[in-house]
Ligand binder design. Structure first.
Ligand code: GLU
Length: 465
């Protein structure tokens, strides 16, 4: 499809949650699949609620997920003069008009409509034909309303939801600019999508009700109407609206919690979209396969266990040095002395298969970097008079090793067991407690290799007479 142009248009009024990120991902993937362009637009016209921190969070989240954009970030606040220009042109020929109804008046109108069992809607009392001869009330700064068509219907073939049609009698004259002339969302979004030549609007289905209003504005402008794809909601595992506890958190919470971007990317890709039974796939495959036609019409359900499973799969194949750099700050924050222990990359290589997240990896790696403090009850249980000769024999065997590596250590373990006539736990558990301070660790020979000869011998020696 030539000239596909999509956009992601978040409002910087909070954090970027998974629903926003999924909309960004699908919009991006559609552009990439078709060799088109992807635009990032910051919808910051809500001056009270927009913040610079929230803009930064959007940029950080996009960068972390690897969602690169060809144009932007374009801020709506930089385009206020453009919106004014269009509003002026629409005012000049009656496509829009000034409405002087006060808030109290509008509230009273709504109340009366409700009491009469009608749907509350603006009654067009300041439409040009009805305002003729009326003196605008003193002290009221007007809002600008769009003159919505009275009859006919608005219909579009939603790329996800299928055909949708709304009668114009359901719609009223939308406020397109507030009294301070700052445009409202429904107006600015259309001017931007027209000016940026957006061909496909991919967004959450919380906007479905806005679309007919927006299409009427396109028509009034004589602009081509883009295709719309409204993505179904993401629900929590309980089938309820996504809550904080279940993923309605900031995208940037995921790196903090030890998730890899490729895992969240892959997880979001599968949230309401599928390609056969593929569960784990790289971004290139997603771009190759993605089409809006396979987006599910029904709500997607957030599944934290599946995200963790995917993350674990990506952890296993991630580069050791990369994981080490991700884990290092967490280990340091936990009080681990990384500089005094074994090379973190080698520790990662040993532990990553069993760590579903970077956070879990960092926690496991603490074994090598914390101060040795065997809990007294553990020491009392395992460092006994019976274990002393075993530790002594093992100390002697290790001291004699020509080189310090896993195979040599394994051989020393075997030799000590057979000389003492004991089974593995009778050696391994006291050695673990003496050297690491815990009774359970990954494979003993690998752990001892990483601790290094000096530390192992010194720690064993504390328990010899
Ligand atoms: N600023 C709107 C939002 O964040 C954008 C909606 C749209 O994509 O049109 O919900």
């Amino acid at each position: 499809m030539p000239n596909v142009r999509t956009r992601f248009a978040p409002s910087p009024t909070g954090f970027l949650h998974l629903g926003n990120a999924r909309a960004a991902l699908f919009s991006w993937a559609y552009a990439r699949h078709h060799g088109g362009k992807f635009v990032l637009r910051i919808e910051d016209t809500d001056l009270e609620r927009s913040t610079e921190e929230a803009v930064q969070v959007i940029l950080d989240s996009m960068a972390w997920l690897g969602l690169d954009y060809d144009e932007g970030p374009i801020r709506q606040t930089a385009r206020l003069a453009r919106y004014r220009e269009v509003i002026d042109a629409m005012l000049a020929d009656g496509r829009a008009y000034r409405c002087y109804a006060s808030r109290e008046e509008i509230d009273a109108l709504r109340e009366a409509q409700r009491a009469a069992g009608q749907k509350p809607r603006y009654d067009g009392r300041w439409r040009p034909e009805r305002a003729a001869g009326k003196t605008p009330p003193a002290g009221v700064t007007p809002v600008i309303r769009f003159r919505n068509p009275d009859d006919g219907q608005v219909a579009w073939d939603d790329l996800v939801k299928g055909p949708i049609a709304i009668s114009n009698t359901e719609l009223d004259d939308l406020v397109i600019a507030r009294a301070d002339l700052v445009p409202t969302y429904n107006f600015a979004v259309v001017i931007d999508d027209v000016d940026m030549a957006i061909t496909h609007v991919v967004r959450g289905d919380d906007h479905v009700n806005n679309t007919p209003r927006q299409i009427n504005i396109y028509r009034a402008l004589g602009a081509p109407v883009p295709q719309f794809a409204h993505l179904p909601t993401i629900l929590g595992p309980d089938g309820e609206k996504l809550s904080k506890r279940h993923g309605a958190v900031s995208v940037m919470q995921y790196p903090a919690d030890g998730y890899l971007p490729e895992a969240l990317f892959n997880y979001l890709a599968r949230l309401g979209w599928s390609h056969g039974d593929a569960e784990k796939f790289p971004r290139e495959k997603f771009i190759e396969w993605f089409d809006l036609a396979q987006v599910s019409r029904s709500a997607a359900q957030f599944d934290a266990a599946k995200l963790t499973w995917l993350n674990h799969e990506y952890m296993k194949e991630a580069d050791d040095a990369r994981l080490a750099e991700l884990a290092r700050p967490l280990i340091v924050a936990g009080g681990g002395m990384v500089a005094e222990g074994p090379d973190l990359t080698r520790v990662v290589a040993l532990l990553k298969d069993r760590a579903p997240t970077v956070a879990a990896l960092a926690e496991a790696a603490m074994l090598f970097y914390r101060e040795l403090h065997a809990p007294p009850e553990l020491a009392a249980q395992h460092l006994t008079s019976a274990s002393k000769p075993v530790l002594a024999a093992f100390h002697t065997a290790l001291s004699a090793l020509p080189t310090w590596n896993r195979a040599e250590i394994a051989a020393a373990i075997k030799a000590t067991l057979s000389t003492a006539g004991i089974k593995m736990p009778a050696l391994a558990v006291p050695v673990r407690v003496a050297v690491t301070g815990v009774a359970q660790t990954p494979s003993l020979d690998a752990v001892l290799e990483l601790f290094g000869r000096d530390k192992v011998l010194a720690r064993l020696a504390r328990h010899l007479d």
